[in-house]
Structure formats: C-alpha cells, structure tokens
Design a protein. Structure first.
Length: 65
C-alpha cells in the first residue's frame, strides 16, 4: 500500500517550486511541509465571499528532490 503522511500546515504559491533550497526556506520560515499552486486562488475567492474553505490535497512529488 502507498505511504500516507498527514501534515499540519502547507502553503500555496504562485510559482512552481522546483528546488530544494526554496523548499527548505518555506519550511524554515512558515513550518510548512507541502507547497501547492492552486489552492490560494480558491481560498482568496472564498474569503472575499465569506465562504468557509478547506484544501485537501494529495501530493506525489518532492521539490528539488
């Protein structure tokens, strides 16, 4: 079976994170493990509309790794 890892905090960015140094910076600055590119846009619209929002993501790659 596939390995399942649950994380507490992630970040969303408008750039493709493809290097280990930037991944490590995000982890040290924000204590974030995953980075995605799509959730921020949806979260922004939901916030503007005062609509609750949660992102549930499946991650299959490691930036720079």
């Amino acid at each position: 079976p596939p390995k399942v890892v649950r994380v507490r905090r992630g970040v969303s960015a408008n750039v493709f994170v493809d290097n280990a140094a930037y991944r490590e910076f995000l982890n040290s600055k924000f204590k974030a493990t995953p980075v995605d590119m799509e959730s921020a846009a949806v979260a922004l619209v939901c916030r503007q509309q005062k609509t609750p929002f949660i992102a549930i993501r499946a991650i299959s790659n490691l930036a720079g790794g």
